[in-house]
Design a protein around this ligand. Structure first.
Ligand code: NAD
Ligand code: MG
Length: 391
C-alpha cells in the first residue's frame, strides 16, 4: 500500500485526486487530507477514505471539524502549523493542490521527508522554483508535474535527451474572452470571467485563464521545472484544448501530447508514474473532432505574457512579487474593487515599483526571503488598487 496525502483535497484538483484514489482503495493508505472552509466535504472524504488525519487551514473551524469527525477515528487539526505537521507525516506520494502561495511551505516540508511531490500548485515554481527543485535534489525527493501542459511535456520527454530539445510549446485555450473584441474586455464581469470554455477548474485559475495570467505562470513554471531558456518557450492559442503541449527537437520533430481536457489524466500519470495504468478519461475520436486549430497569442490582448518575460529576465524574488501582486489583484477583481484589465496594470505597477530594490530582488532563495517579497508585494498591490479606486 502506498501512503498518500492530499493537500487542498476539497478543491477541484483535490477532488479529482480523491476520485482516482477511491477507485482503488486497497492500493492506498491515506495519511492526511487538508482543506479550507468546506468542513463537511473534508470530513466526509477523510472518513470515506479512512485517513489518519484531516486538517483545515482555519483555526476558527477546528471545533467544527472535530464535531464532524467525532467517533470516526480520524484525527482533526487546524491552522498553518498543523498543515506543516501534516506534511511532515511520512508519506510516499503527496499531492500539492492548495491554491496560491500558501501551497509552497507544505510542499517543501513533504520534499524534506523524501516524498514524491505531485505538483499542481504552480505558484510553488513561480515564487520559488530554484528553492523547490534544490530541496528535492538535496533530499533525494521527486517532483512530478500535474499541470496538464507540464505533464504533457514531461511525457513527451520520456527517453529523450534534454540536449536535443530546441523548444517547448504550451497551448492555451485563450480563456473565456478569446473571441471578445478587445475594447469590451475592460467591462468583463466576474461571472463572465469565471466560466471556462473547456476546463472545469477552481474559480481563481479559471479567471487567470481568461486573463492569461495562468499561461504566464505556466511559462515560468516550464522554465523552472525543465530548466529550459525563456526564448525556448512558446505559447500557442489552441481553442479546442486537445493538444496540451509539444516538444520540438533538434531534428525538427514535434512530439505532441493529445488528450481530452480532464485533469485526471495528468493527476493519474503522476500517481502511477513511472508506470502507465488505465484511467477513467474519455478516449478521443479524432475523426469526429475533425480539426484542431491554432493561432499566435495577441500580445495586446494578453499583457500577462509580457510580464512573465520580465519575471524570467529579472529572476530572483520577482517571481514571488509577480505572483503575490497577481493574487491580490485577483482578490480585488473578485471583490469588485477593480476591473478585469486593471489586474495586469496592478501587477505591472508593483513589479515596476519593486524592480529597483536590488536588496529585495537579489535576496537568496530561502522561504523567509520569498515570504518577505510576497508580503511586500501584497502591500504594494493593495496601495495601487486603493489609489486606482480613490479609496
Ligand atoms: P480550488 O480553489 O478548487 O481548491 C483549492 C484548495 O486549496 C481547496 O482545498 C482549498 O480549501 C485550499 N486552500 C485555499 N486557500 C488555502 C490556504 N490559504 N491554505 C490552505 N489551503 C487553502 O483550486 P484548484 O483549481 O483545485 O487549483 C489548485 C492548484 O492547482 C492551483 O495552484 C492551480 O493553479 C493548480 N491547477 C489547477 C488545475 C485545475 O484544473 N483546477 C489545473 C492545473 C493546475
Ligand atoms: Mg495548465
Amino acid at each position: 500500500m502506498r501512503r498518500v496525502s492530499v493537500f487542498g483535497a476539497t478543491g477541484s484538483i483535490g477532488q479529482n485526486t480523491l476520485d482516482l484514489i477511491a477507485r482503488a482503495p486497497d492500493d492506498y493508505d491515506v495519511v492526511a487530507l487538508t482543506g479550507g472552509r468546506n468542513i463537511a466535504q473534508l470530513a466526509r472524504d477523510a472518513v470515506a477514505l479512512r485517513a489518519d488525519l484531516a486538517v483545515t487551514a482555519h483555526v476558527d473551524l477546528l471545533a467544527d471539524l472535530q464535531a464532524a469527525l467525532a467517533g470516526s477515528g480520524v484525527e482533526a487539526a487546524a491552522g498553518q502549523g498543523a498543515l506543516l505537521d501534516a506534511a511532515a507525516r511520512p508519506a510516499d506520494w503527496v499531492m500539492s493542490a492548495i491554491v496560491g502561495a500558501a501551497g509552497l511551505a507544505p510542499g517543501l516540508v513533504a520534499l524534506e521527508q523524501g516524498a514524491t511531490l505531485a505538483l499542481a500548485n504552480k505558484e510553488s515554481l513561480v515564487t520559488a522554483g530554484p528553492l523547490l527543485m534544490e530541496t528535492a535534489r538535496v533530499h533525494g525527493a521527486t517532483v512530478l508535474p500535474v499541470d496538464s501542459e507540464h505533464s504533457a511535456i514531461f511525457q513527451a520527454l520520456v527517453g529523450e535527451d534534454m540536449a536535443a530539445v530546441e523548444r517547448v510549446i504550451i497551448t492555451a485555450s485563450g480563456g473565456a474572452f478569446r473571441d471578445w473584441p478587445i475594447e469590451k474586455l475592460a467591462q468583463a464581469t466576474l461571472e463572465q470571467a469565471s466560466s471556462h470554455p473547456n476546463w472545469d477548474m477552481g474559480q481563481r485559475i479559471t479567471i487567470d485563464s481568461a486573463s492569461m495570467f495562468n499561461k504566464a505562470m505556466e511559462v515560468i513554471e516550464t522554465k523552472e521545472f525543465f530548466g529550459v531558456q525563456p526564448e525556448q518557450i512558446e505559447v500557442l492559442v489552441h481553442p479546442e484544448s486537445m493538444i496540451h503541449a509539444l516538444v520540438g527537437f533538434n531534428d525538427g520533430a514535434l512530439m505532441a501530447h493529445v488528450g481530452a481536457p480532464d485533469m485526471r489524466h495528468a493527476i493519474g500519470y503522476a500517481l502511477h508514474w513511472p508506470e502507465r495504468r488505465p484511467l477513467p478519461v474519455a478516449r478521443l475520436d479524432l475523426a469526429q473532432i475533425g480539426q484542431l486549430t491554432f493561432r499566435a497569442p495577441d500580445p495586446d490582448r494578453y499583457p500577462a505574457l509580457r510580464l512573465a518575460q520580465e519575471v524570467m529576465q529579472t529572476g530572483g524574488m520577482m517571481g514571488a512579487i509577480f505572483n503575490a501582486a497577481k493574487e491580490r489583484a485577483l482578490d480585488g477583481f473578485i471583490a469588485g474593487q477593480i476591473g478585469f484589465l486593471d489586474m495586469a496594470q496592478v501587477v505591472e505597477d508593483v513589479m515596476t515599483q519593486l524592480s529597483s530594490d536590488n536588496g529585495l530582488i537579489r535576496a537568496g532563495f530561502t522561504l523567509d526571503n520569498v515570504a518577505s517579497a510576497d508580503h511586500l508585494a501584497r502591500i504594494r498591490a493593495d496601495q495601487v488598487m486603493a489609489d486606482k479606486t480613490g479609496r
